[in-house]
Write a protein that binds this ligand. Structure first.
Ligand code: DGY
Length: 416
């Protein structure tokens, strides 16, 4: 029988088995390095029983910060031939081998959660990180804004790799000269759960372009044809800035720049409102077109501190079509695919971010999302993501962030 105690123990065992000492891999095989937002969730998971280890996770992440402030989406600490594309393809220019793009900036928010677990330890560990968080956020503000909304320059940057949000912007890319390559992801996971070759050719073309330009942001701004203003980035940066403001005040730091970031982003999120769709949406900056995508990122508004009653209506429509919410894409749209990564499956991490925001803003449906996540994991384990129709596990298994979300937000033992 699966008991709460068993599941808590399994979640801790997953964190322990994915722990490489100073950082945690998302799962063995499929993702053998340190990923940015995965690592922030790992810190959150560790904080439930080992606050020191949680801070170490964040410290290791920031040891890869570039001179310009960017914190890469992958840090290649120890080379693993089982992953492609590796550091030779990326050509990152930071202090340790890395990718050349970033990922949703949730680290300051997770640092606040970690801090709150033990403020006595937290103040010492947080103080040296504070300016690093500010520099990272400033990098987004300097290089990635379009009318105050945060843009991605590669689909992997949003963390939602193959979301329908990018289909329009990806279609116009011509992946000429990308050459022959061997994917490694589909040797670990069924290919109907992963992005298509059409997408992969374009992912690699974008990596090759960035590497050729030595990840010079002004050159990329001019030359990169892929630039999409994204609710994931915009809401997470807004939220992280609010958390950083609170932490900065606690530490007695100068928070003027953080206050400015918040004002810019609060205006920016309004430019992601697609009136016709009645939802927050992604906006292709190059073509000026909406993606017309109601995704799980659209529902991060509450996490960003923005209450929007229309989004509650959208949520109810979407949840009524699936057994387990929140699907990563609108099940009523022809592009919905219940197994293919970010085109339909449910992600426990996104559920947590969405519902934490709702619960904090007093929106009752947040609790339903938490209960749905509890059923999903109890019945189907600690998968990377799940089919929202039947709950079946998909992608990698023994997944760090699903275990972390269980330990910090889902497990019934938290509220006993
Ligand atoms: C992958 O390899 O699929 C990752 O999502 C890239 O970050």
């Amino acid at each position: 029988m699966t008991t709460t105690q068993n599941l808590d123990d399994s979640a801790k065992a997953i964190l322990a088995s994915n722990d490489k000492g100073k950082y945690t891999v998302p799962t063995h095989g499929l993702y053998p390095y340190q990923w940015n937002w995965d690592s922030a969730f790992a810190a959150y998971g560790f904080a439930q029983y080992d606050v020191g280890r949680a801070w170490l996770e964040l410290e290791t992440l920031f040891s890869g910060q570039w001179d310009d402030g960017m914190v890469p989406h992958i840090l290649f600490h120890t080379i693993d031939a089982g992953y492609f594309p590796g550091p030779d393809v990326w050509g990152g220019v930071g202090p340790i081998p890395s990718s050349g793009i970033s990922q949703p900036p949730i680290a300051a928010t997770m640092a606040r959660f970690v801090y709150e677990k033990n403020p006595a330890i937290g103040a010492d560990r947080l103080a040296p990180l504070f300016e690093k968080f500010v520099a990272w956020h400033q990098w987004f503000i300097d290089w990635r804004l379009d009318n105050g909304a945060v843009c991605i320059t590669h689909p992997w940057e949003a963390g939602r790799d193959n979301a329908p949000d990018w289909d329009g912007a990806m279609e116009v890319l011509d992946p000429v000269g990308v050459g022959e390559y061997t994917r490694r992801d589909t040797s670990h996971v069924d290919d109907d759960m992963r992005p298509t070759k059409h997408d992969y050719d374009r992912y690699l073309w974008l990596v090759q372009q960035g590497s050729r330009l030595k990840w010079d942001q002004s050159a990329l701004l001019e030359q990169n044809p892929f630039r999409v203003a994204d609710p994931t980035m915009t809401f997470t940066l807004l939220r992280a800035s609010r958390d950083l403001l609170a932490l900065g005040k606690l530490l007695g730091k100068d928070v003027k720049s953080v206050e400015k970031h918040i004002a810019i982003l609060e205006a920016g999120v309004q430019t992601l409102w697609n009136e016709k769709l009645g939802s927050f949406d992604s906006r292709d900056v190059r073509s000026g077109r909406w993606a017309n995508s109601i995704s799980n990122a659209s529902f991060l508004c509450w996490y960003g501190g923005i209450d929007k009653p229309e989004m509650l209506e959208r949520l109810e429509q979407i949840m009524s079509k699936v057994q387990y919410g929140v699907p990563s894409f609108n099940p009523q749209d022809a592009k919905f695919d219940s197994k293919r990564y970010w085109r339909g499956p449910v992600w426990a991490i996104m559920n947590m971010l969405i519902a934490v925001g709702m619960e904090e803003m007093g929106v009752a449906q947040g609790q339903q999302i938490r209960e749905s996540t509890q059923r999903l994991i109890t019945e189907n384990g600690f998968a990377e993501y799940f089919d929202p129709i039947d709950g079946s596990p998909a992608g990698g298994d023994s997944f760090t962030w699903t275990a972390a979300v269980w330990l910090g937000w889902v497990s019934p033992s938290i509220r006993n």
